[in-house]
Design a protein around this ligand. Structure first.
Ligand code: ADP
Length: 154
């Protein structure tokens, strides 16, 4: 099975990495698809998010990293993915994912939902961005490469 794991990853955090490792172990092949949305102003530009994810997944043989613009459905088809992978942290995540999954399913693309697990189950990129803006330590939230990328420039 080839899973496509789409998201903003702005920035990538330890919860994302947990899902990547578990998804790759289940599927055999996993593509992390980094959404580049020209209408949004991300904290980290797409190139930086792609570069970080490539470095963080360097030791994971079943994982590929790719950027995409436009519809996730079209990109998943172009990649030949079997299904999408998404994570569930809360009931709100489930409500959001249910609608998206139904639209994708009607077009022939199913979604695998994995429950967020372990010590990083509560993590979100917005929490990391808030902690970084407040100057708080990021060690429990992101890998050192990401903490360095978010550190204020002197
Ligand atoms: P998006 O903007 O598409 O929600 P995110 O980068 O915020 O992009 O999240 C990408 C995916 O990773 C989503 O399916 C989200 O539910 C999942 N995810 C985010 N944080 C966690 C976590 N702590 N544990 C497991 N999955 C997570």
């Amino acid at each position: 099975m080839h899973l496509l794991y789409p998201g903003s990853f702005d920035p990538p955090h330890l919860g994302h990495l947990d899902l990547i490792a578990r998804g790759a172990a289940l599927a055999g092949r996993l593509t992390v698809a980094v959404a580049e949305n020209p209408d949004k102003r991300p904290l980290l530009p797409a190139d930086a998010r792609l570069d970080l994810l490539r470095r963080l997944s360097a030791g994971m043989p079943r994982v590929e990293i790719a950027g995409y613009r436009g519809a996730t459905l079209a990109f998943a088809r172009a990649q030949g993915a079997t299904a999408l992978l998404r994570g569930l942290r809360t009931a709100a995540d489930l409500d959001h994912e249910r609608g998206m999954a139904e639209v994708h399913r009607r077009h022939g693309l199913d979604t695998v939902l994995l429950l967020a697990a372990g010590p990083h189950a509560h993590l979100s990129s917005s929490l990391v961005r808030a902690a970084a803006a407040a100057g708080l330590p990021l060690d429990d939230l992101v890998p050192p490469e990401v903490a360095l990328a978010l550190a204020p420039t002197p």
